[in-house]
Design a protein around this ligand. Structure first.
Ligand SMILES: [Zn+2]
Ligand SMILES: [Zn+2]
Length: 190
């Protein structure tokens, strides 16, 4: 579902497009401050650029723009809700989606967020089973299937067929790869 909001500023109509959240609840003609912040930033950063706009209640809005690819005044946004950072488990984490939403080669005015995403990006890959963008943290995610009932062997990685399955895919929850193979599958997100 794609939600679009149109805003007017300096005789230009801007379209703000979001497909993970109904932003009509956040930005609309009566309450344009978030939209205004976005439009102001993107009016002065006209090339490949992304930024973060804080919303109420710890939520925030990641926004990107590419004049080359889109119509001149389209801004694409991804809403990160305060509870979607993985603190309640990988199943409710939107971090992998955020990582794939933000292109690696864009500029930003938020170096802290960029550092965070770059760290996650290092371990992002596309799940071979369901093609979802996923990620793993080698320090944290070595767990999962390791409470198998007695007498059942730990399954082997479905790619190398040698190592034990070690990786819990944050994005989709599949477990079928070892760490080595997962790192090899790391893809460049554009
Ligand atoms: Zn999967
Ligand atoms: Zn393997």
């Amino acid at each position: 579902m794609v939600y679009t909001v149109k805003l007017e500023k300096n005789n230009t109509t801007w379209r703000i497009i979001c497909d993970n959240f109904d932003i009509r609840n956040i930005i609309h003609e009566d309450m344009p401050q978030f939209g205004n912040t976005l439009m102001t930033k993107f009016a002065t950063n006209t090339d490949k650029f992304w930024t973060v706009v804080p919303l109420d209640l710890g939520n925030c809005m990641y926004a990107k723009h590419n004049y080359i690819g889109g119509s001149p005044s389209s801004i694409f946004v991804f809403i990160m809700l305060a509870d979607a950072w993985g603190q309640y488990g990988e199943a409710t984490s939107d971090v992998p989606k955020l990582v794939s939403f933000i292109p690696e080669d864009y500029n930003t005015d938020d170096q802290d967020s960029k550092a965070f995403l770059d760290e996650k990006r290092k371990f992002s890959y596309k799940c071979p089973t369901c093609k979802t963008m996923s990620w793993f943290d080698p320090m944290k995610d070595k767990k999962v299937i390791f409470q198998l009932p007695e007498g059942i062997d730990t399954p082997k990685c479905s790619i190398c067929m040698v190592n034990d399955v070690e990786v819990y895919s944050g994005g989709c929850g599949h477990t079928q790869l070892c760490q080595e193979c997962t790192k090899r599958m790391k893809i460049q997100i554009t």
